[in-house]
Design a protein around this ligand. Structure first.
Ligand code: GZL
Length: 328
């Protein structure tokens, strides 16, 4: 079809035999498609902050992927404040970027700024967390199923403790989809075990300092650790902070209290090698590729799924050394 149209519109081509034309097309088309692939985009990326080792890995991975593709990535670190993220998204919109990546610190409060982007047909891709907004307001979400992570964590703990365990829980950032859904997924499983109970639960805001501070308060409130069977932390950084608090209180982490968390950052594998952590569920930080591909697909007029999932497996100390070597 294309060969006919080229023949009609370029008379000099008319003298070429079909074979020659097909040869020409065989040369031209790959170049065209390659240049379409190498289309240089300008992308705005509103990142939450640098509260955890995982967050830093995610930022570095997305920046590296943009670099690899030759994109102009405009990066904003919101220091974990939603108002800074909204300001950054508005700035990207006024700069007329080709697409926006948003890691939403909390679930609510995004409708108006997402509508502003939609009005100008600037696709917004949610990376790593979700929003409580009309899905038509964003192109897609590239994130794990946090409920699945929570239920995987609880299922492992139930098997590990024969369904008998008093648990203290370090929740992530209040109002974040990661914290809300990990907590719900975990609770939905342990409610099937009458002798498994979350006896204390509080937010450590996904940071090491927060995890340490809250774990200190749990130990103080309990008087000693004998009534605590396990810690479930919504991320490794809070678990590592809690491990410090346990050691300062003379409690042996991973022995006196099981240490279970999520992210799979290098330091949690190091803690396993030091016999100070028991299990982690990997969270994939490499979200740039799927996010950028979704924007390209949108530009090509293709349908994009509303949720591009990337759940990871649970790791135990028996493979910690090789996992640490891969990640450090
Ligand atoms: C989850 C992500 C969480 C990580 C934490 O996708 O939003 O935020 O589990 C990070 O390490 O702070």
């Amino acid at each position: 079809m294309l060969s006919n149209s080229i023949g009609r519109n370029l008379p000099w081509l008319g003298t070429l035999k079909r074979k020659t034309l097909q040869t020409s097309l065989a040369v031209i088309l790959p170049v065209l498609s390659a240049s379409a692939m190498a289309e240089s985009l300008t992308i705005g990326f509103s990142q939450i902050g640098s509260e955890s080792g995982w967050r830093t890995s995610e930022t570095e991975s997305i920046k590296a992927e943009a670099e690899r593709r030759g994109y102009d990535l405009k990066f904003s670190d919101a220091q974990q404040k939603q108002e800074n993220q909204i300001k950054a998204v508005r700035s990207f919109i006024s700069q007329g970027v080709d697409g926006i990546l948003l890691a939403p610190v909390v679930e609510t409060g995004w409708d108006s700024v997402l509508k502003e982007a939609k009005r100008l047909d600037i696709p917004v891709v949610l990376v790593d967390r979700g929003v409580a907004a009309d899905p038509s307001l964003y192109l897609t979400k590239v994130a794990s199923d946090f409920k699945e992570e929570g239920s995987l964590a609880a299922s492992w703990l139930a098997a590990e403790t024969n369904g008998r365990c008093n648990i203290v829980e370090l929740q992530g950032t209040v109002g974040s989809s990661a914290a809300i859904d990990r907590k719900d997924g975990f609770a939905a499983v342990i409610e099937n075990f009458p002798n498994m109970n979350v006896i204390r639960s509080q937010s450590g805001d996904f940071t090491r300092a927060g995890g340490k501070e809250v774990m200190e308060s749990f130990l103080k409130a309990e008087g000693d650790a004998s009534n605590i069977c396990a810690l479930f932390a919504h991320n490794d950084d809070m678990a590592l902070g809690a491990v410090l608090a346990m050691k300062e209180a003379g409690v042996e982490p991973a022995k006196d209290i099981i240490v279970l968390s999520i992210d799979g950052v290098p330091d949690i594998f190091k803690a396993m090698m030091d016999h100070e952590a028991n299990a982690t569920i990997e969270l994939n930080p490499h979200l740039g590729g799927p996010a950028f591909d979704a924007i390209l697909a949108h530009r090509d007029g293709k349908e994009v799924d509303k949720w591009i999932k990337a759940n990871g497996p649970l790791y135990l100390p028996d493979t910690a050394e090789q996992e640490y070597a891969k990640r450090k």
